[in-house]
Write a protein of this length. Structure first.
Lengths: 299, 261
């Protein structure tokens, strides 16, 4: 944002004002597309969530709060609860595993740093489904993991890990870990190390200096990582589907079911609106807490 | 003491990286497997690559995916670049709001975006297929290009454009002769990112595709739920190789991008 202001302030000359008339043409496509295909559809979804489902097929234009009332039913509330639990578990684990990685990465010499970045980014760019398929082969009964564990005499029988809660958790953590690593990395990289040195000079132990200075200064990265992991983990229905075999039900799966088999679009819309509100609250909290406008390490 | 600490961190990073690459390696290795079974290893072969060449459904899906990614990242390239350049100039009140809304597609969970489009396109009466796919994908491709170009504009030397204008160049001429060449690396790396994202997208595609248009991720997804043939492994391996090239290209371009403010 500061960049914009800089440019605008610098360009307030007379010549600029004369030509200003034409700049609307460059932003017109963005405005048009955003209003027509982002704002309008989202608005429609919100309206849809207040409409009544038709007896057989489609939607009746009749206002109702029924869709929202249904969410509070124990069956659906439970799905929200389970989704939250999985999302929180995923977020905590990625933070614990990813923080040291991102931190160490930022402390590497320059050349190694960019190489390490490449290594982290590549799995991220390969097909998510392909990586899930890899986990299927690993987790499958009598698959690679079972072979190794049974070979080492750690377990006697196949573990039957595929289509279980732990498998879904591993899939989630695995898919979202790079977000956490890159977020932590980007804020550690920007850190002013002289502050840590100052704390050490003043007699703080290494641990204390880390907890009081480093953690505080990398907080924007931590928070951004939490947002970037938590939000998608509520909706990644295909991971729960593929690795959980229908045993793990997330809000995402519920929405998909309502849309494709249940054919209850208004209810699915209401679920989406609730999820969207959660998302907005998280992003708002993030901005309040970190004071940063863009998410750290998003690109 | 210090050395020991560094070694510990190196081991940690190596272990985590190994775990990150494990599923990918597994898929690649089994693409060269002589048998369909993944239970017992039965030797190497190139059979699945040969079978892939004859699998018309799979290749058709790949073609659709490439067309889709090309069209959406192309459209996003134009809309996002023009938008970012223009947004830096106009001083409208609505600017902040539109910019915020335009980045929503990559901020909200994918499933919601998919649902939003499905409901909207159905209400509009658009036939589900390539058109709806391109519209949906363009929406989440734009933010990548927009953000890349926006950050490269911050570091841009304004005096070049002003010098050209003083010498009598029109605004359009300045854009094509000065601004665009300077931000081109950012435009291209944003578009490549968008291309990769579109190529990999399952969630939004599932919601906005028609019964007759298959994209590759949709096809893989349906197979993963019913039963996989190792032709998928072979295809994934080829696509991995392509990804390496794309990531490499994007990084080379990214390095040439003007210094970020």
């Amino acid at each position: 944002m500061s960049g914009y202001n800089k440019i605008i302030n610098q360009s307030g000359t007379g010549a600029e004002k004369k030509t200003k008339g034409h700049w609307w043409m460059t932003v017109a496509p963005l405005y048009g597309f955003t209003i027509l295909f982002v704002a309008l559809p989202i608005l429609y979804l919100i309206i849809l969530s207040f409409l009544t489902r038709a007896q057989t097929w489609g939607v009746v234009n009749q206002f109702t709060l029924e869709n929202y009332a249904r969410i509070v039913k124990p069956v659906y509330l439970n799905t929200f609860k389970e989704s939250f639990q999985l999302a929180i578990l995923t977020t905590i684990t990625t933070l614990l595993v990813g923080y040291p990685f991102g931190y160490f990465m930022a402390r590497l010499p320059r050349k190694q740093k960019s190489f390490m970045m490449l290594l982290v980014v590549i799995p991220f760019w390969t097909s998510a489904l392909m990586r899930m398929y890899g986990w299927i082969i690993i987790f499958r009964s009598n698959g690679i993991l079972d072979k190794i564990l049974m070979g080492l005499k750690i377990t006697e029988k196949p573990l039957k890990l595929l289509y279980s809660y732990p498998a879904v958790l591993v899939g989630m953590i695995y898919s979202l870990l790079p977000f956490m690593i890159l977020s932590v990395y980007s804020s550690t990289d920007k850190m002013d190390w002289s502050l840590v040195e100052a704390a050490r000079d003043l007699g703080a132990t290494r641990l204390k200096a880390f907890l009081t200075v480093t953690v505080k200064m990398t907080l924007p990265g931590i928070l951004s990582g939490i947002v970037l992991v938590f939000i998608p983990s509520m909706g990644l229905f295909f991971i729960a589907d593929i690795l959980g075999g229908g045993k793990v039900m997330l809000v995402g799966n519920l929405i998909q079911n309502q849309l494709q088999s249940g054919r209850d679009w208004p209810f699915a819309a209401a679920l989406s609106v609730v999820l969207m509100i959660f998302t907005s609250i998280m992003i708002w909290l993030y901005r309040k807490l970190s004071g940063v406008k863009d998410l750290e390490g998003l690109l | 003491m210090k050395k020991g600490r560094i070694r510990c961190s190196a081991i940690y990073q190596a272990v985590l990286l190994a775990l990150m690459y494990l599923p990918i390696v597994v898929v690649v290795v089994y693409s060269f497997h002589a048998s369909k079974s993944t239970i017992r290893w039965q030797g190497w072969s190139l059979d699945w690559y040969r079978k892939l060449a004859g699998n018309r459904g799979l290749l058709e899906a790949l073609k659709n995916s490439l067309i889709l990614a090309g069209l959406s990242s192309g459209a996003a390239g134009v809309i996002g670049t023009l938008g970012a350049v223009g947004m830096a100039r106009v001083n409208w009140k609505s600017k902040g709001a539109v910019e915020y809304i335009s980045t929503l597609p990559i901020m909200i969970p994918e499933i919601i975006l998919g649902m939003v489009f499905m409901a909207f396109f159905a209400a509009m009466g658009l036939p589900f297929g390539m058109v709806t796919l391109v519209l949906g994908h363009t929406s989440f491709c734009i933010p990548y290009v927009f953000m890349m170009v926006k950050s490269s504009l911050v570091g841009l030397d304004k005096s070049l454009g002003e010098a050209a204008k003083d010498l009598g160049a029109s605004e359009v001429r300045v854009f094509f002769d000065i601004t665009l060449p300077l931000i081109m690396p950012a435009v291209l790396s944003g578009m490549l990112l968008a291309f990769a994202m579109s190529l990999d997208d399952v969630v939004i595609s599932i919601f906005v595709t028609g019964a007759r248009t298959n994209t590759l991720p949709i096809r893989i997804y349906t197979q993963l739920k019913s039963g996989v043939t190792p032709e998928i492994n072979a295809l994934c391996t080829i696509m991995l190789a392509v990804t390496f090239v794309i990531v490499g290209l994007s990084r080379m371009l990214g390095k040439k991008a003007p210094a970020r403010g």
